[in-house]
Design a protein around this ligand. Structure first.
Ligand SMILES: C=C(O[C@@H]1C=C(C(=O)O)C=C[C@H]1O)C(=O)O
Ligand SMILES: [Mg+2]
Length: 461
């Protein structure tokens, strides 16, 4: 595997001169298939695209090209750093009434203190883009915006060129007959460090019994080798067909696509309200409706799973009680049933205090005990030591914010990094005192399923 170094030319610092402006212009158009729009940018903007659809399917975003990229490597302040850079860009935004807000889309790595030589080398600890062409589908409206950040005197001519380019992209997306069916094949499947994973779960349960921590999430990876390069839009198409109940996301960077279908919201900010979700505790789906119901009942009553879940509820409640008023949290979890798995689920909501932008929530929440553990810092130390891998953007926040401060971040699980003819899939689970290594191992297979199936891999376990 060829390691890619972070391309410093792409990582611009915000060097905004007094004459720099952020121009945006929106047109409303007829229906466009978001994946066709994504694909319309394939030849010219191959590695500069993103895709997002929320779990409710009320919002779709596609980005093509980079009007600007923000990256951060600031140890200890990466969330603030991105937040401040975005605020600075928004302060020079020029938009009219008819224009919708530009968005900033991107993600963070799971653990900025655990960068190992791996497939994640080209990914900074925070990476965000303002797309040159932004498709937003919301409330039945399809809107395409052009974003341009420039201090160039010929801005008007440049903008005119972008309008022509936009019309071309829309035209291709509306008329071209794309075939998104997967025609590639998996030629090899490799479980990375199976023994290390089983040992890790064993060691972690022992540490927990000794009182070193209460919960630690341990993950592992699966590598797929394909016959040839896997087309990015085909991967996205497959994942959107797989998991109707999940967020669908894809972020391209340096020739790779990080993508997946996650059921887990980290934080949504909408019109002065904040929403989060506790998703932890798992059981498989039943083969019949009755077995499915029985498994669901078993999960709701299972002490080990309720413990995994409760740690997440306590932590997210604390953050919400600190940052919000009118916090609403049901006393007992419900079931979240998705295609391959059932989870314990507790929604959380609150009314936003004055100062808090979405990045302060991301900072306070990440990682929740659904992906890190309790206490957080002890769990992170154990993960660094026991997992022996770089999670990269897996299990980390991915999402968007707009110029008004609305936005949403999901937790990027059920995900994979697709790099040419290879894919790296990740899955883990919450380990508590009475976790059993073989059962946790089986649970990770269930969690690999969505991406594995989407990529045409063999389902195991
Ligand atoms: C760690 C993952 O999922 C998390 C762990 C869960 C569990 O252990 O029960 C359930 C949902 C997620 O919070 C994953 O999908 O990789
Ligand atoms: Mg579990």
């Amino acid at each position: 595997m060829g390691h890619k170094m972070t391309d410093v030319r792409e990582i611009q610092k915000v060097m905004i001169s007094p004459s720099t402006r952020f121009f945006t212009e929106t047109v409303e158009v007829g229906r466009i298939s978001p994946l066709s729009f994504f694909e319309a940018g394939a030849s010219q903007y191959k590695d500069k695209r993103f895709y997002w659809q929320n779990a409710d399917k009320t919002l779709t975003l596609v980005g093509i090209g980079h009007a600007y990229t923000l990256a951060t490597a600031k140890a200890g302040s990466r969330f603030k750093d991105i937040s401040e850079q975005w605020k600075q860009l928004c302060s020079i935004l020029i938009k009219e009434e008819k224009d919708i807000d530009p968005v900033l889309f991107g993600g963070f790595s799971f653990d900025e203190k655990n960068r190992k030589e791996s497939e994640w080398e080209g990914f900074p600890s925070g990476y965000f883009v303002v797309p040159s062409f932004q498709l937003k589908i919301e409330e039945g409206k399809t809107m395409v915006s052009i974003n341009m950040i420039t201090d160039c005197k010929e801005a008007a001519e440049d903008f005119e060129r972008l309008r022509e380019e936009r019309d071309k992209l829309i035209h291709i997306a509306q008329v071209e007959e794309f075939d998104f069916a997967n025609d590639n094949k998996v030629v090899a499947t490799t479980e990375r460090g199976k023994k290390q994973y089983l040992d890790a779960v064993e060691n972690v349960t022992a540490s927990i019994r000794k009182g070193k921590a209460d919960k630690v999430v341990i993950a592992r990876a699966l590598e797929l080798q394909f016959e040839r390069d896997f087309n990015n839009v085909k991967a996205l198409h497959a994942i959107t067909n797989e998991q109707q109940e999940s967020y669908h996301f894809g972020l391209q960077r340096g020739g790779s696509l990080f993508f997946g279908a996650t059921p887990e919201r980290l934080i949504e900010i909408k019109d002065g309200k904040a929403y989060s979700a506790c998703v932890a505790g798992s059981i498989r789906r039943g083969k019949s409706a009755q077995e499915d119901r029985e498994l669901g009942e078993e999960l709701l009553g299972d002490r080990k799973n309720r413990e995994e879940h409760q740690h997440v509820v306590s932590m997210i409640s604390n953050v919400f009680n600190k940052y919000c008023s009118e916090v609403l949290i049901p006393k007992t979890p419900k079931l979240m049933k998705i295609r391959d798995i059932q989870h314990l689920y507790t929604p959380v909501q609150g009314t936003l205090g004055q100062e808090n932008d979405i990045f302060s929530f991301v900072e306070a929440l990440h990682p929740t005990p659904a992906l890190g553990g309790v206490p957080t810092n002890v769990a992170l130390e154990i993960i660094r030591h026991e997992e022996g891998m770089d999670r990269g953007y897996y299990a980390a926040p991915i999402g968007w914010i707009d110029a008004s401060g609305n936005g949403e971040f999901a937790v990027a699980i059920r995900s994979a990094l697709l790099d040419g003819d290879r894919a790296y899939l990740y899955a883990g689970g919450g380990i508590v005192a009475d976790s059993v290594p073989e059962l946790e191992y089986d649970e990770t297979w269930v969690k690999f399923r969505p991406v594995l199936r989407a990529l045409g891999g063999k389902l195991n376990g």
